[in-house]
Design a protein around this ligand. Structure first.
Ligand code: UDX
Ligand code: UDX
Length: 514
């Protein structure tokens, strides 16, 4: 595909569309491209082929850029080169198949890859230290290595989630290691993709945030994202299909690097706060006998609040929210602001798991010797990732309390086997996990767990008890299938004639129900 083709196609579309303004914007971009001698097919290196790096690299290739994916994990690199896909993400296998060996190369040679590229995205891990702040040592080592490869204007872009000021440190490290000051810029381009929908989140983002402290740097990143921000990507017959609600083209927001770094931490903190808020409201619902799903509908239809990220449950997990909240809190602390709101978000999240454990105890009285069927290991539906998974943490607690546990998850079994106690039994489907169990727990919001054959589940369970930490079912429906159903922020639903429904259940020490 030659650049000439892109140019012709582009002009034809803009004169026809009502987005005259965008055409004018694009002309300006054209101008700038000429001024800075930029081509539309950029040479990009992405360092770190984890969730963010691998998805970003594959999508940049599909947007028409030449991409080198760099990683220092030889096993991961060998797997990628041999056609394997190390993470469970929709559309990723197709993209890797489509571009491997063409627009997408894999390398462990950071120096050569950086030398061959004009834009270098840094997507290495930024795990939490014991203090809770982000460990930036991988970012620093990558910056050090890049400095020696700067033989002409290049841009180093933070793609990993990093605290504010990181770009200044990256700039300093590169300078200290010998790169001429005017031969590079450091930018921040936070990634908002969610695991499970990573490819479509990348290609159909709500916004693209570029933190750049020079017009030259901003112009280059405008070029990188031009296929999305100018809408040309979505017109291609082979483009990845977007989610129904996708707004294309996405706005490209240019800010300072510091603002962009803060946008990422603040966005994740706000989303986690929304989840903890609705979990706190769910606890109040349990105390007063209200229905949290009705409350969600009532508050979520307020356009200032919005319905998304108001699903009550066993709390948030994953590789981002827990660590980013801690990192943001320590950033605030370091700049003298006591961000106690974040402490509360974290406390409510941890409390939510304890509340769920109490719910299991209440439904079964004692736990020692009980057999539990558990659906879900991943930290959320649609991914094989168990990092900070509430499901895994709950299973570990239940085993500690003397339960035997039979689990099933559509994708995360292998990863969970590495961390769960040897006594845990791994079943091949939901029904097997339920067979002979004193109760069935739903801990991860996989779609398939919301369409179980309830009659069969009821038949297979020793006690027809379902404790749902993700509110996947309508309580009445469950009771109608003869199941005693306990969920989050809603009254228990007990089938006609079940012991509990006749008030024979044991006295509880909580006001209404939990
Ligand atoms: C990354 C960041 O860690 C996280 O802060 C951000 O929120 C999202 O992007 P993720 O992609 O999930 O998260 O990271 P991870 O799965 O740990 O992948 C990092 C990759 O970088 C690994 O493949 C690792 O081998 C590689 N790496 C790490 C390098 O290539 N070089 C290094 O020096 C360190
Ligand atoms: C998150 C952010 O959404 C994403 O923008 C950022 O780039 C990385 O971190 P991710 O961790 O992949 O993405 O998953 P997300 O869909 O945000 O879910 C995070 C956790 O919150 C999961 O455990 C999920 O089960 C939980 N959750 C989410 C709720 O409990 N309720 C909700 O309403 C939404």
């Amino acid at each position: 595909m030659n650049s000439g083709w892109i140019k012709t196609c582009y002009i034809k579309i803009s004169s026809e569309t009502r987005r005259g303004r965008r055409a004018r914007g694009a002309d300006r971009t054209e101008e700038r491209s000429k001024v800075f001698g930029l081509e539309r097919c950029m040479r990009i290196a992405v360092v770190g082929s984890g969730y963010v790096g691998l998805v970003a690299g594959a999508c940049f290739a599909d947007m028409g850029h030449d991409v080198i994916l760099v990683d220092n994990d030889p096993a991961k690199l060998a797997a990628l080169k041999s056609g394997q896909v190390p993470i469970h993400e929709k559309f990723l296998p197709e993209l890797l198949q489509r571009h491997r060996g063409q627009k997408l190369q894999f390398s462990d040679d950071l120096h050569a890859s950086a030398k061959a590229s004009s834009v270098i995205f840094v997507a290495v891990g930024t795990p939490p230290t014991d203090r809770g702040d982000a460990d930036l040592s991988y970012v620093e080592s990558v910056a050090r290595e890049i400095s020696g490869a700067i033989d002409g204007y290049k841009i180093v872009v933070e793609k990993s989630t990093v605290p504010v000021y990181t770009s200044e440190w990256v700039r300093k490290i590169i300078l200290r290691n010998g790169a001429p000051a005017d031969s590079y810029d450091v930018a921040s381009n936070p990634e908002f993709l969610r695991e499970g929908t990573a490819v479509t989140d990348f290609l159909f983002p709500d916004r693209i945030v570029v933190g750049a402290d020079s017009e030259r740097c901003a112009a280059v990143l405008r070029e990188v994202y031009a296929p999305l921000s100018e809408g040309t990507y979505y017109k291609r017959p082979d483009s990845i299909p977007g989610p129904d609600r996708a707004q294309v083209p996405p706005p490209l927001i240019i800010t300072s690097t510091k603002s962009a770094e803060l946008i990422k931490h603040a966005s994740n903190a706000f989303l986690a706060m929304k989840i903890s808020f609705i979990n706190a409201v769910a606890s109040i619902c349990e105390s007063v006998g209200a229905n949290v799903q009705q409350v969600v509908k009532g508050i979520g239809t307020d356009s200032r609040i919005g319905p998304r990220f108001l699903n009550p449950g066993v709390g948030y997990g994953g590789s981002c929210f827990p660590k980013d909240l801690m990192a943001f809190r320590s950033v605030a602390r370091d700049c003298g602001y006591d961000f106690r709101l974040l402490d509360e978000v974290i406390r409510i999240n941890e409390e939510q798991r304890q509340r769920f454990l109490r719910k299991v105890r209440k439904a079964l009285w004692t736990l020692r010797g009980k057999r539990l069927g558990v659906l879900g290991l991943a930290f959320k539906g649609g991914t094989d990732d168990i990092r900070e998974s509430p499901a895994v943490l709950l299973i570990q607690s239940l085993v500690q309390e003397g339960c035997s546990v039979a689990v099933y998850d559509p994708a995360a079994m292998d990863r969970a086997r590495e961390v769960l106690p040897a006594s845990v039994e791994f079943m091949t489907n939901s029904c097997e996990a339920a067979t002979g169990a004193d109760a069935l727990l739903i801990l991860t919001e996989w779609e398939e767990f919301a369409t179980l054959d309830l009659s069969q589940i009821a038949r297979r369970l020793h006690y027809p008890i379902v404790i749902d930490g993700r509110n996947l079912y309508d309580p009445e429906t469950m009771a109608a299938h003869g199941l005693s159903y306990y969920s989050v922020g809603r009254a228990p639903a007990l089938p006609e004639g079940s012991p509990a429904s006749t008030g024979e259940h044991l006295p509880d020490d909580h006001k209404t129900y939990e």
